[in-house]
Design a protein around this ligand. Sequence first.
Ligand code: COA
Length: 693
Amino acid sequence: MVEQSRHDDILVLTIHNPPVNAFSPGVPEGLKAGLSAAAADDRIAAVVLIGGGRTFVAGADIKTFGLPREQAPDLRGTVQQLDAFPKPTVAALHGTALGGGLELALACSYRVAVPDARLGLPEVKLGVLPGAGGTQRLPRVVGAQKALDMMLSGAPIQATEAKELGLVDDLIEGGLLEGALAFARRVAAVRPLPRISERAVDGGSPEVFAAAREAIKKTHRGQLSPSLIIDLAEMAVNRPFEEGWQAEAQKFMEARESPQSRGLRHLFFTERESAKIPGLGKDTPLLDIRRVGVIGAGTMGGGIAMNFLNAGLPVTIVETTEEALDRGLGVIRRNYESSAKKGRLSADDVERRMALLTPSLDMGDLKDADLIIEAVFEDMGVKKDIFTRLDALAKDGAILATNTSTLDVNEIAAVTSRPEQVIGLHFFSPANVMKLLEIVRAENTSDTVLATCMALAKKIGKVGVVVGVCDGFVGNRMVHRYGEEARRLVDEGASPADVDAAMNALGLPMGPFQMTDMAGLDIGYAIRVHRARQRGEPEPDGWLDRIVKTGRKGQKTGGGIYDYDETRRPRPNADMQALIEAYRAEKGITPRSISADEITRRLTGTLINEGARILDEGIAQRAGDIDVIYIYGYGFPAYRGGPMHYAGEQGLQKVVDALKQYGHTPAPLLERLAREGKTFADFDRERANSSQK
Ligand code: COA
């Protein structure tokens, strides 16, 4: 794993652990052996550390985080050996020097890098902290403020910036190894050896740390590792290196063992797994998507179009009236201009993107598009009409996609002569912002169309997850049950604010009723009316339906379940509370007080239960996919790993018990896994194994 090669009086240690040279078992052993050999050999004047393949070490091996400490690869020991090494050591960086990779480099005497290398300490994103000296060394090089920025955001910086900060000693323009060897020869005789651990920290006033502690209340609400990082960075300022180094080891273990870190690590792997589709090989041919058509310039259609414009793809957007088209274009332009005002885009970028957009009133203008996405309102008749026309005019091989969130994609595909080209692309509102894309695989969707859409999702910066056809697909089907249970809780005596507060405390930025007010009460109402009619049931008449009928439709009408001030902060409305009380009285319900714990258990329980059904029916491929959908589409806190992972953290039997206690029938799959003492991760493994057989 670590190759030793001599270049005159320099020993080069090359780390080979593809794809990203993570610090896996074998790497520390190889490095330590190489360093010991170099120390003992008088002919060696200096050592260069470099990564083989596409990158320097991109971090600790996250897969080993579950191992007992003694069995984990000895990163700290390697770092200590480097820090105490009697000869100059040079880290030669390319690709990404992240986490443990940067910590190794920081323990070397010098760092050189190619200009496009990226350096960072992203541990916070995994709910941990730099555990091999990073919290103590980085502030000693770049100062307290910059180190806090880097460690709390987890975002890497470019080598060019690192050079300005003194984190990199030299930029290498040509071949990295040759440059690093030349550098090593230049410094081979320099003594004393520079050691970051012996330096002091710049700019570590108490105010810097107080401000950081204040800031994380907003940016990392409810999370453990950011505050540990701040404590440790402060120790780097105020305490001897050795003391900070020891404290870091202990706090790293504390963070590593936390449910938050388990949740974030689960997300790291499951997000990458969700990009893989069983049965679809890497060699599945992809279609070349060069021109996109969008039908409908409303909020959804406009947002969808922006994704492709941002990625440099020309879009033709079609509407039925001049007014609707003008309005849609106006919204897109305003969105871009507001990004420009915030400094996220230049004025040129705005114009470049708008220039890629062609407005049209004629669907015939979509005849050259490689992908056409329909984003009109949810009406099967209208959609069928559009797809019949698309079938007649779209070029051969074009992908025909619907953005429906509830309708049957098979039925839509059936009106065309090419159902294999039809797919659902379910964007989430606002479509230019939300990262999730449910990719709905219909009965006849071809592998090529599916694989092309997965690749396209990545290109436009979305997390694409494959789902099957059913009412609401994965996300909306689950949120529907969740909404029902939330309303039941209010029926029984909780206030909407109690319900939302419990979910906010769990880490969701919005509870179910805050979400309803934002989406518009009329939307959910229309769905409930539609469903009731379909089932021949009476018109819905719950307390929420009654609020809609008062004309309060949520934030867009200035109020719904709550009132809103200019800051859009919800405030309970006394009339609405009275309406709820009158409703309960009419139904003969004696309200009872409901604890936050009960609210959380019931709401997460209904999500998990519906998730289990979805999984059993094969609508989602994996429980992990459901977690990805819920985190990126519905604001479930990443540090809880998504609802299905959260179920495992609670213990599935507890989830089953809560469902039964509150009158629900647990899904058979959930009951089976609970009985067998398993988690949904076990189920994912079982399914993966059986599909490989
Ligand atoms: N430990 C274990 N496996 C890792 C890993 C790590 N630190 N970093 C990446 N991998 C694996 C991924 O799971 C993926 O495996 P797969 O192909 O089986 O799905 C593979 O390496 C490639 O990673 P991917 O993220 O798909 O590649 P990329 O080119 O888009 O991004 C990185 C590369 C390094 C930027 C990205 O993987 C990353 O950010 N890794 C984590 C770095 C980190 O947090 N380090 C600190 C750990 S404390």
